[in-house]
Design a protein around this ligand. Sequence first.
Ligand code: ATP
Ligand code: MG
Length: 183
Amino acid sequence: MRLKQIKLAGFKSFVDATKIPFEHALSAVVGPNGCGKSNVIDAVRWVLGESSAKHLRGDAMTDVIFNGSASRRPISVASVELTFDNSEGRLAGQYANFQDVSVKRQVNRDSESTYFLNGQKCRRKDITDLFMGTGLGPRSYAIIEQGTISRLIESKPQELRVFIEEAAGISRYKERRRETENR
Ligand code: ATP
Ligand code: MG
């Protein structure tokens, strides 16, 4: 599974609609300090359901909306769409046969988030369920940031186990069992 494209509009420093294609197996995002490189990664985690403003380097969830600059007024909505190449069928269930799967999240100043899967409105849970066990999620090991490795090395066995279970692909089954037991 490969991230093919990110579309951002009104998200952090990306005030105008911006399309970032990743056409090759390996891509690098480079640029001067403050140009928005980390904002791109924040965008990926945000769409996948990140619900902590702190983990997106902000104080409130609405901090992801473009809040104005010297020459531009703040705007009211932020949206990000990720398109994944799913030709290997890693995203299972009803999406298994889709070559491309797109995931979109939108938020307004009232902090209301709306999620979409292939253009259809869905719940946050539909997105977290879809990606569970694929290694990609708001906090999973597909995104390795500064300090992640040392945090892993220093983590307690129970915390390490969460990573291993995600890598082994069993976290989705554990989550389903937990849901069933709580019913
Ligand atoms: P570095 O190389 O220092 O890590 P970077 O390329 O990762 O830099 P980012 O942290 O992605 O840079 O971007 C920071 C910029 O994004 C800052 O200029 C900040 O003002 C801007 N920014 C963050 N949130 C918003 C927002 N809600 N509205 C407008 N601009 C924002
Ligand atoms: Mg950065």
